[in-house]
Design a protein around this ligand. Structure first.
Ligand code: G16
Length: 544
């Protein structure tokens, strides 16, 4: 087995986005494309010689081939040991858990998250640091810099590793350990939640649930946790076999793409509870019978009820949400007397707050919720948190949410996405908006008066790092908001996201359809940003 040094040329498009590098599979299949990026990751790191790396992915098309390349490059670059999930499978939160449990140097996760998979769809790769969380911006920027300068990479000339057989083998001087993808993660969940209580609740027969893994990575995790450890009937988990193309679906747990589950929860004889997870298992959608819980509300409700759950019974240090996420959790934090942090979009921004013990729960409007148990958002964790609350309160999902609104008020919320918009047009729309900002304050639009208008910037309270231009916020004097930003996770053209929020403390007015409650703000967002004119689109592609 010899180490080969292969000459290569840089690619100019390897800048990591909101969560790593995401491109079409075909881009990754170009000669040296993946190798360059992996070498750029290694070049950006210091002190990893002889250390442990965790590797796994969501099982999508090209996962196995990519893992073989990464294993051979890790060996050639001097890692001492790689822990790899069986079959190449590790959900994003499970990878975070394994990194932390083994005090690994870091991890490489292969996933394009909720983006579709298959030869003509998407693939992705991201680096996680030793705390188990996504690399912070200074690391991703260094990776990008190295990717632009690269002239060669190192790889071991050797046979592929058998990824399906548990156990240890040798790759040059590096050890490869194929680990059970689920065990460590399952044990961590059992340590946080009252599994006995949930098991009894499920066994009582008064509660039925349906979990949709969308043919993505959570299948084996959900089957072991819900059906095997918690005793839910076989078949509770649907679409539980990970497929390379996710069965042709779009593994994004929202009302549009998780329609199979939505049809069940809104149909005749619907179960009491439904949940779905995304491609790599870090997102979640929570449904009650004929009832949808917005991710922003979900975060607020978990925070308000955390004391009911063993892993959080001593209270929360604080909470954090991304800027576009609704302010529902802010109300809970204020009432419980704890800090609430507002960060840019991207789970990586929560890492420092979690490490410093300033926040215990974090969440994002993009169907992500998590806590300090790992350093990634965690879909099945959120489902278990809800199950634990339901088992204690013995109420329906809908009544828990409505009681929450009665106590804290309701933050009506919706996100309108315009996908695959021409990049230049989307950039012009944002530039135009930026140039308007200084003129907006104090302006009256119908019933709304602009209280502030800015481009969100964030100074990390722990390390002082600054992130600018993180989304345009227009806030009104009644607490309503419109936020505009361009997604950092798409792979084709640009995705414009428009986030709309209004606050309703009056219980009598809390039962409107959000699109109706937000109708004036929706019209106003078009008036201010000229969305239809600039994008040529009459309506959003996806409304959540
Ligand atoms: C990633 C990030 C999240 C972010 C989401 C959407 O999630 O980890 O923090 O909220 O993308 O980002 P954007 O609005 O830029 O598309 P995931 O689940 O795709 O890894």
């Amino acid at each position: 087995m010899s180490i080969k040094t292969v000459s290569t040329q840089p690619f100019t498009d390897q800048k990591p986005g909101t969560s790593g590098l995401r491109k079409r599979v075909k881009a990754f299949q170009q000669t040296n494309y993946l190798e360059n990026f992996v070498q750029a990751i290694f070049n950006s790191l210091e002190g990893y010689q002889g250390q442990t790396l965790v590797v796994g992915g969501d099982g999508r098309y090209y996962n196995r081939q990519a893992i073989q390349i990464i294993l051979k490059m890790s060996a050639a670059n001097g890692f001492g040991r790689v822990l790899v999930g069986q079959g190449g499978i590790l959900s994003t939160p499970a990878a975070s858990c394994v990194i932390r449990k083994n005090q690994a140097f870091g991890g490489i996760i292969l996933s394009a998250s909720h983006n579709p998979g298959g030869p003509d769809n998407d693939f992705g790769i991201k680096y996680n640091i030793g705390n188990g969380g996504p690399a912070p911006e200074k690391v991703t920027e260094a990776i990008y810099t190295y990717s632009k300068e690269i002239t060669s990479y190192q790889i071991l000339a050797t046979e592929d590793v058998n990824l399906d057989k548990l156990g240890t083998s040798q790759l040059g001087s590096m050890q490869v350990e194929v680990i059970d993808s689920v065990a460590d993660y399952g044990d961590l969940m059992a340590s946080l939640f009252d599994f006995d209580l949930i098991r009894k609740f499920i066994a009582s027969g008064n509660f039925r649930m349906c979990i949709d893994s969308m043919h993505a990575v959570t299948g084996p995790y959900a089957i072991e946790i819900f059906e095997e450890r918690l005793g839910a009937p076989i078949g509770t988990v649907q679409n539980g076999t990970p497929l390379e193309d996710f069965g042709g679906g779009h593994p994004d747990p929202n009302l549009v793409y998780a329609h199979e589950l939505v049809d069940i929860l809104y149909g005749e004889g619907a179960p009491d509870f439904g949940a779905a997870s995304d491609g790599d298992g870090d997102r979640n959608m929570i449904l009650g019978r004929k009832f949808f819980v917005t991710p922003s509300d979900s975060l607020a409700i978990l925070a308000a009820n955390a004391k009911l759950v063993p892993g959080y019974s001593s209270g929360l240090a604080g909470v954090a949400r991304s800027m576009p996420t609704s302010q529902a959790v802010d109300k809970v934090a204020a009432q419980l007397g704890m800090d609430c942090y507002e960060t840019p979009t991207g789970w990586k921004f929560f890492g420092n707050l979690l490490d410093a013990g300033k926040a215990t729960l974090c969440g994002e409007e993009s169907f992500g919720t998590g806590s300090n148990h790992v350093r990634e958002k965690d879909g099945l964790w959120a489902v278990l948190f809800w199950l634990n609350i339901l088992a204690v309160k013995q109420q329906s999902v809908e009544s828990i949410v409505k009681e929450h609104w009665q106590s804290y008020g309701r933050n009506y919320y919706s996100r309108h996405d315009y996908e695959e918009v021409d990049t230049e047009k989307a950039n012009t729309l944002m530039t135009n908006l930026r140039s308007l900002l200084s003129t907006l304050k104090g302006k009256q639009f119908g019933q709304y008066q602009v209280a502030y208008a800015d481009d969100f910037g964030y100074t990390d309270p722990i390390d002082g790092s600054i992130s600018q231009k993180q989304g345009i916020r227009i806030g009104f004097s009644d607490g309503s908001r419109i936020v505009f930003r361009l997604s950092g996770t798409g792979t084709q053209g640009a995705t414009l996201r428009v986030y709309l929020e209004s606050y309703e403390p009056d219980v009598a007015k809390q039962n409107l359809d959000p699109q109706q409650a937000l109708a004036d703000l929706i019209t106003l967002s078009d008036e201010i940003a000229q969305i239809r004119q600039m994008t040529g689109r009459e309506k959003p592609t996806v409304i959540t």
